[in-house]
Design a binder for this molecule. Structure first.
Ligand SMILES: [Zn+2]
Length: 211
């Protein structure tokens, strides 16, 4: 089946189906746009002292293994995103589409921080409370469903796949994982009727205009 993205025609005609393939320029432009829109900042992790300190903390709290955290993980602290790739430069496992999905996911965390009373309140809740962390992550992963629905007209990643990622990456107990899974089931339903989380809506708006 060809890869199709459902886009609103810019001249307000009926919906049209056009292929969407990310390009380096689109991904670079998307990150620039989101940084302006949300006041976020992208930082090279290897250059960052605070990120090394965070890796120690994350490992100390049993949230993740320090080395894999440093090597592979994308993390957002407040409005700063620490990413192991340069936007628009595909480097496995971060191909261009994955970089778009990551952009939406991390900016959902920024929206969560704004809704939680600011960066510090969010960071504390996220780090200290596994049950809050489970739900914050599940909600940020809604963006994976929503972007796939937009691009392909169907959701291709299963709830089980994301539950496995959440269960293996965030130092959660069994009950927290169950809560995350329950939230993901709802998120999948919402995505399948075209529902959009706030930052994901912004991402799709940009992509639709850039094609
Ligand atoms: Zn996340």
């Amino acid at each position: 089946m060809p890869r199709l993205a459902r886009l609103h025609h810019r001249r307000q005609c009926a919906d049209v189906l056009v292929p969407f393939e990310p390009t380096s320029a689109i991904v670079r432009g998307l990150y620039d746009h989101l940084q302006r829109r949300y006041g976020s900042r992208l930082v090279d992790r290897s250059e960052s002292k605070p990120f090394q300190v965070l890796a120690d903390l994350v490992s100390l709290l049993g949230i993740a293994d320090r080395e894999s955290y440093l090597r592979r993980t994308v993390t957002t602290i407040g409005h700063t995103i620490y990413a192991p790739f340069t936007p628009g430069e595909a480097s496995p496992p971060y191909d261009l589409w994955t970089q778009i999905v990551v952009a939406a996911h991390e900016h959902e965390h920024i929206v969560q921080a704004e809704e939680s009373g600011g960066d510090l309140a969010f960071i504390l809740r996220y780090l200290v409370s596994p049950s809050d962390r489970a739900v914050f992550e599940a909600r940020a992963f809604f963006s994976t469903f929503e972007l796939e629905y937009w691009r392909y007209g169907e959701v291709r990643t299963s709830v089980d796949t994301i539950t496995k990622i959440i269960s293996g990456s965030y130092g959660l107990g069994a009950n927290d994982v169950l809560a995350a899974r329950a939230a993901l089931v709802v998120g999948l339903d919402v995505a399948r009727v075209g529902g959009l989380s706030p930052a994901t809506r912004e991402v799709i708006k940009y992509l639709a205009g850039a094609v």
